[in-house]
Design a protein around this ligand. Sequence first.
Ligand SMILES: Nc1ncnc2c1ncn2[C@@H]1O[C@H](COP(=O)(O)OP(=O)(O)OP(=O)(O)O)[C@@H](O)[C@H]1O
Ligand SMILES: [Mg+2]
Length: 368
Amino acid sequence: MANVQFQKITKSFGALTVLDELNLEIEKGEFIVLLGPSGCGKSTLLNILAGLIEQSSGRITIGDQDVTDLDPADRNLAMVFQSYALYPTKSVRGNLKFGLMSKGLSNDEIDRRISSVANLLQIDKLLDRKPAQLSGGQRQRVAIGRALVKEVDVCLFDEPLSNLDAKLRTEMRMEIKNLHNRLRNTVVYVTHDQVEAMTMATRIAVMNRGVIEQIGTPDEIYGNPQSLFVAEFVGSPSMNFIDVSVAQQGSELVGVGDQLSQAIDLRRAGLEQAPSGLSRLRVGIRPEHVRVGQNEGDRERSIRVDLPIRYHEKIGAEALAFFDFGGKRLSARVPPERVTMLAKEQTVPVDLPLEHMKFFNPETGRRV
Ligand SMILES: Nc1ncnc2c1ncn2[C@@H]1O[C@H](COP(=O)(O)OP(=O)(O)OP(=O)(O)O)[C@@H](O)[C@H]1O
Ligand SMILES: [Mg+2]
């Protein structure tokens, strides 16, 4: 049975529907990331699970208990906020202790928990300091520690790393992941940072306008996006898109595009059956699958286009080339040692391999 279950959760603020009959099942021990753009309803959903916001309709169960009408304190979960929300006048020890006061634990048990969590998070030398005497990363660790001392089954995180600088964020990301590997508690983690989602999640739920567009492992979300929204939101730079019309060429169904010198053989591209009545398709291809500046394009397996290069970026070991594709931008990942040379050319042969093309219905936005 799922450890956490959302059933048809709807939340409206006046006329604004923020969550729309959302369903989600989370297994015990999973690290679920709720990923989506600002305003899509991530924090609202997390706060509803915590009991801090009341849903307009729908039910929530944790384990085999229906918690829909329970107070936050009775839901047996812990939450880490973006703002840390530490008490400035209390020491680290005092902050860790505070959440345990109401639980009727013995002093020995409180001390045991604090010292165990402080060791785990390597803040044992900081227990007598005040939050103002800590670095950002240390404060973040205390905030996580305050959730862990409660020893609950379900931990909620709302963008806990967004106040940290890039390097610290990377470190804390690994720490949180390692912690989860050791503790195997259930984690629901909210972020709009796809790198956090891709690196930490056992499954990612991609949210858009109050619904879950797709839920799957990071590989499934990246490699097999089920909608244009997911394809575009996950991946940097974003997937490239080309619009084509569907036509019959002899016995084959093909995709024909203004900018394409050659039609896309849809069956060869893995689309066994074009959906009936669909006259247009949006073709998606990731930047790392676009092949640039090779002498011989394999005409059977890829579509060749000659494109003007607009600019390039070299970011250490990575390089990107951006082309003008009929007024739209097409990006390609290229070997860094070649990008400067390529950039001197005006027009470069670019191959789009059929095997890596994904097809979407431009009207519904769904994968076909
Ligand atoms: N108390 C409220 N009254 C009215 N609208 C609200 C209220 N709280 C949230 N909203 C609206 O609900 C929508 C979802 O908000 P929410 O905080 O869940 O977004 P989010 O996905 O967490 O975004 P972010 O990434 O920016 O934190 C937003 O459009 C927001 O303006
Ligand atoms: Mg939020």
